[in-house]
Unconditional design. Structure first.
Length: 153
C-alpha cells in the first residue's frame, strides 16, 4: 500500500473495490480524474475548497472537522463496511501515515495468500476474484470479517 492511495477523507483507496478490480480500475482519489467514475470526480470531500486550495492534505487539518460531508461518509462506511474514516484520520494524525499504512496492511491482508482484502466485499481479489473462481468463505481471510451476506430468491 502506498501513501498516495490514502484519500483526504482517510479512505485507503488500496482496499477499495474500484482500485482492486481488473477492468476500469480507479487509480485512487489523489490521482488524475481522467477515466474516473463521476461519483469519484464529483466527490464533495475531494472538491472541498480547503482541500482544493491545498490548505490541507487531509480532513483532520481542517478547522471544520468533522464536516457534515465527512460525518455522512463515515456513518455509511461504519454501517456498511465496518470501517471509519474518522478513526482512520485520527490514526494518521496521531501516529503518522507510515504507522497507519502498516496497520492497514495487517488489517486487510489475506490470511490465505497475502493479497489485499477489499473493504467493500471482504474478498481477496488475488485468490478469490469476483468471477467466482476459487470462491471460499472470506472469513478465512480476515478473522474480523463478518459473515458473507446471502440473498434468497
Amino acid at each position: 500500500m502506498k501513501r498516495s492511495l490514502i484519500a483526504p477523507c482517510g479512505m485507503n483507496c488500496g482496499i477499495c473495490m474500484a482500485y482492486l478490480r481488473e477492468k476500469n480500475q480507479c487509480p485512487g482519489c489523489r490521482s488524475s480524474d481522467i477515466g474516473k467514475a463521476i461519483s469519484v470526480t464529483k466527490c464533495r470531500i475531494k472538491t472541498c475548497e480547503v482541500l482544493k486550495n491545498k490548505r490541507a492534505r487531509f480532513c483532520f487539518q481542517c478547522e471544520n472537522l468533522p464536516c457534515d460531508r465527512l460525518k455522512h461518509l463515515d456513518r455509511r462506511y461504519r454501517t456498511k463496511y465496518d470501517m471509519s474514516m474518522l478513526e482512520n484520520l485520527s490514526q494518521i494524525k496521531q501516529g503518522g501515515i507510515e504507522a497507519f499504512l502498516s496497520a492497514q496492511r495487517a488489517k486487510y491482508r489475506c490470511l490465505r495468500c497475502g493479497g489485499i482484502v477489499c473493504v467493500h466485499n471482504k474478498r481477496c481479489y488475488k485468490c478469490d476474484p469476483p468471477s467466482g473462481r476459487n470462491r471460499q468463505d472470506v472469513r478465512s481471510r480476515r478473522p474480523d470479517a463478518p459473515a458473507p451476506r446471502t440473498t434468497t430468491n
